[in-house]
Design a binder for this molecule. Structure first.
Ligand SMILES: Cc1cc2nc3c(=O)[nH]c(=O)nc-3n(C[C@H](O)[C@H](O)[C@H](O)COP(=O)(O)OP(=O)(O)OC[C@H]3O[C@@H](n4cnc5c(N)ncnc54)[C@H](O)[C@@H]3O)c2cc1C
Length: 466
């Protein structure tokens, strides 16, 4: 894993645009670059292209889409940008927030209408931080469906994807221009391919324990549910090329991964009026600030677990989400006719859970804010049958990365562009600010797809000039 002198690159073939990583960012970039007329080669380390994208729920926020208009939902890039900015407390790059928000609607419509990704708007509840319904997902709300649709589109456009190809070395001139990429195959063979432009779409460093421990010690002991092949390569190459990196302490956690099943539990259960308790039957946080910051709250509880407590009214809007349906079918949802009986199924003290439920109902009725800042006014009390799912906190992906401009060009610390290097998705600095609290629901795939689109177009333009 190194950046080597351009003079050492011995390659027999060259492709105008090389993309490293075949998740949502890499595949979206490939589609955009191909449409812009460039030949494209995607290198993917996995035997099967998947990435964190295929492990995800596949939900992407976008503003002003035809899917929203069809349901009479008014949204705009300005409103989306304002929501992202508020969540990150203004501690991120405004120009990128605006560029992503502007590109979000057109990117979703382009993926749907030109490339056959069957998006539908998620209805029935708002995700934390979203002012309006704007989450778009495939029919069963799975990243696997999204990844498959992108792969099918890439095949239709004749994008070459080489899997089981671990990009190891970049070959660059003194000014940072990358002239070739070296990669290794499972049998140990190595190859070098020349390029005019390179897109780093190889996500962050969630799969690199040492880097996580160095930059985000608070989440290092939590389970990592993202793709283990994401080892921080973009950051390491970028830094060696003189690129700026930012917000390495930033990440998307998730405070409700069903245990022992490993599926994320939809946050709509909580935003619609459910709550979380620990094994003592007590609440411990404002559950609706966001699912990312909730990860550390949950792993700080006894046994590193908590329970989502809700009812069938809250459950209804998320039936049909494949992750949730699987938890149900595996028996992960406990159901009971009373809170006392539910407590017995959960193995938590019944009096404590009854007290917590009564306190929550008092908050619903009084409109008072609880001690963590959550308002439950306007939400109806839970009714029988009552439900609970045991959850833990996890790291989903890292949000720090290469600093880019609104054209997805990688920047040096002085703000100048590297000549032909582009990045998006988890490889680039996210929109979350420095920590875990700034993650905007759906921010991972939002930046993977929009910045992938922008990076692909920019790389194709750059390659034409070469
Ligand atoms: C359980 C879970 C649920 C999630 N749900 C959502 C959601 O609903 N909405 C949302 O917005 N976000 C969600 N996320 C986050 C989202 O999955 C990521 O932000 C997004 O997939 C990142 O896309 P990407 O293309 O940048 O990276 P990835 O999809 O991870 O793709 C990167 C690819 O690069 C490859 N790679 C890495 N290094 C190399 C190398 N040296 N050579 C060759 N290939 C390499 C990897 O193998 C990988 O396939 C979720 C994450 C998890 C874990």
């Amino acid at each position: 894993m190194a950046v080597l002198p351009a003079a050492e690159a011995r390659f027999e073939y060259s492709v105008p645009v090389v993309i490293i990583g075949a998740g949502a960012c890499g595949l979206t970039a490939a589609l955009a670059a191909r449409e812009a007329g460039a030949e494209v080669l995607v290198l993917e380390r996995g035997a099967k292209p998947a990435g964190s994208t295929a492990l995800s729920t596949g939900l992407i926020p976008a503003a002003g889409t035809r899917f929203q208009r069809a349901l009479g939902i008014e949204d705009s890039p300005e409103l989306l940008a304002a929501d992202i900015w508020r969540k990150a407390k203004g501690a991120t790059d405004r120009a990128i927030v605006d560029a992503v928000a502007r590109a979000s609607g057109p990117t979703i419509e382009w993926l749907a209408d030109r490339h056959g990704v069957a998006f539908k708007l998620v209805e029935g509840f708002l995700y934390p931080g979203h002012s309006v319904l704007r989450m778009h997902g495939t029919p069963h709300r799975t990243g696997e469906e999204l990844e498959s649709a992108l792969l099918a589109a890439a095949a239709r456009l004749g994008v070459d994807i080489v899997s089981s190809a671990v990009a190891t070395d970049l070959y660059a001139q003194g000014d940072g221009r990358v002239v070739a990429v070296g990669f290794s195959r499972p049998d140990g063979a190595t190859e070098i391919v020349g390029c005019d432009a390179l897109v780093l779409a190889c996500c962050g460093f969630g799969g690199n324990k040492e880097m996580v421990r160095e930059h985000i010690p608070e989440i290092a002991d939590a389970e990592f549910w993202g793709h283990v092949g994401n080892k921080g390569d973009a950051i390491r190459w970028g830094t060696a090329l003189g690129a700026a990196v930012a917000d390495l302490g930033s990440y998307q956690g998730h405070g409700a991964v069903a245990t022992p099943y490993g599926n994320p539990v939809n946050w709509g259960l909580l935003t619609n009026g459910g709550y979380q308790v620990n094994t003592l039957g007590a609440r411990f946080s404002n559950e609706v600030r966001g699912y990312s910051e909730q990860a550390v709250e949950v792993i700080a509880q006894p046994g590193r677990v908590a329970w989502d407590v809700f009812d069938e009214t809250r459950e209804r809007p998320i039936l049909g989400f494949a992750d949730y349906d699987e938890i149900r079918s595996l028996g992960g949802v406990r159901r009971a006719e009373s809170i006392r009986a539910l407590a017995a199924l959960m193995g938590v003290p019944a009096e404590a859970l009854e007290r917590t439920n009564a306190e929550v109902d008092e908050l619903r009725a009084s409109g008072r804010e609880d001690r963590w800042g959550r308002k439950l006014a306007g939400t109806a009390p839970l009714g029988a049958p009552f439900c609970a799912i045991k959850v833990t906190g996890a790291l989903f992906h890292t949000q720090g990365g290469l600093v880019i401009d609104p054209g997805a060009a990688v920047l040096r610390p002085d703000g100048s562009r590297l000549p032909n290097l582009f990045a998006g998705g988890g490889a680039a600095r996210g929109l979350s600010g420095p920590s875990n609290w700034g993650y905007f629901s759906g921010g991972g795939l939002l930046t993977a797809t929009t910045l992938g689109f922008i990076a692909g177009e920019s790389a194709a333009r750059c390659a034409k000039r070469a």
